[in-house]
Design a protein around this ligand. Structure first.
Ligand code: DAH
Length: 359
């Protein structure tokens, strides 16, 4: 028995002497591993008389438990010491002054959204938001897209795989293809007068120089009793002048078609492309920048608003598109590549005001 005691104190000594986890593991293997000292003793049990075997067996099991407990205690001490050493080494001094060379930038999309909100907020618009995962009702049906209408296909919709196969099923889940869905949510939850803008992500299955599967839109919706097309034009012309920072801006509204507006129009702004350089506000060329129109009476009805009492206008534009025009960014895909050089070049400093706020 006394040699078990001796073995125990010998092993416990080596456990205590182990100064890192690897050494401790070696100690464990040399005591309790397949060829370890304790295991070796266990293997001699067969040579003993039954009486001795029981006594020795119990003693060896106890020894094993005690050694395991010692090793675990030591491992706990070593691990917390290692963690403390690491925390000490990796400590960040938050009182250090900032390093301007490593400064992050505001993404042009965030900057553009801020600028747009600043201008529309000045005109009395509030910001509204809605879900990116939508259903067929909010994305299409409530917005007066008839079932089987070709405009549904034009949207290159991402449908969820759990969706039932039938097109036009109100509950069919999808990623919203436009922010016009939030017109529906807003009209369902607020009473007119309504005056909101809706910035947000939208999704379509398309990818090239001018299309990415995820992009941003800014929607606008105004519902009141006497709102007319003149208000729509005045509001959008004023917005474009402030956004592009030009006092004189030729504009034109071309007749167009959207299922949710009647009449519908597309707005163009004047520009020049002389010498390969795009200049907004001067010249004989035109740039299409948004879709708009008077909200279709069916849409008002679908959202619980009486079209005999209320009317209004809506508009929608691509945020990347206007950012590209304003800041001279040639390729849409670069917005989402997270290339640090691009972000440094086109990004904005955190202390920079949206310039529209200054005018
Ligand atoms: N939802 C349209 C699109 O994604 C854009 C649009 C056009 C929105 C006209 C409107 C509108 O609110 O009146 O192509």
């Amino acid at each position: 028995m006394s040699n078990i005691e001796a073995l125990k104190s010998e092993i416990v000594e080596t456990v205590k002497a182990a100064n890192d986890i690897d050494t401790l593991e070696e100690v464990r293997v040399s005591a309790l591993g397949k060829k370890g000292k304790v295991t070796g003793l266990m293997q001699t049990l067969g040579t003993l008389s039954p009486e001795q075997r029981r006594e020795m067996g119990q003693a060896l099991n106890r020894l094993k438990d005690e050694i395991t407990a010692e090793i675990e205690a030591r491992a706990g001490t070593l691990r917390s010491a290692a963690l403390n050493a690491r925390l000490e080494k990796e400590k960040v001094d938050v009182t250090l002054s900032s390093r301007p060379q490593g400064r992050g930038t505001i993404h042009p999309i965030s900057q553009t959204i801020e600028e747009m909100i600043t201008i529309f907020a000045d005109m009395g618009f509030a910001v509204a938001e809605g879900p990116e995962i939508e259903d067929d009702f909010h994305n299409f049906t409530a917005l007066n897209f008839p079932p089987e209408h070709p405009a549904r296909q034009m949207h290159d919709t991402f449908y969820f795989p759990d969706a039932p196969a039938k097109e036009g099923d109100a509950a069919k889940r999808l990623l919203r293809t436009h922010t016009s869905t939030v017109q529906v949510h807003t009209m369902q939850s607020q009473k007119p007068p309504i005056r909101v803008i809706i910035p947000g992500r939208t999704f379509r299955s398309d990818y090239d120089m001018t299309h990415t599967p995820m992009f941003h839109q800014m929607e606008g919706l105004l519902i009141d009793k006497t709102t007319h097309m003149g208000h729509l034009k005045g509001c959008l012309i004023e917005f474009c002048k402030r956004f592009f920072e030009v006092d004189e801006l030729p504009t034109r509204f071309r007749p167009s078609f959207f299922p949710f507006t009647e009449p519908s129009a597309e707005m163009d702004i004047g520009c020049s492309r002389a010498g390969g350089e795009l200049k907004i506000g001067a010249g004989k060329d035109w740039l299409e920048i948004l879709g708009c129109g008077m909200v279709h009476p069916n849409v008002l009805k679908n959202c619980g608003i009486d079209p005999d009492e209320y009317q209004g206008f809506a508009f929608g534009m691509g945020i990347e598109r206007v950012a590209m025009l304003k800041y001279g960014i040639p390729d849409l895909r670069t917005f989402f590549e997270s290339d640090l050089r691009w972000l440094k070049h086109y990004g904005f400093g955190p202390m920079e005001q949206p310039n529209a706020a200054l005018s």
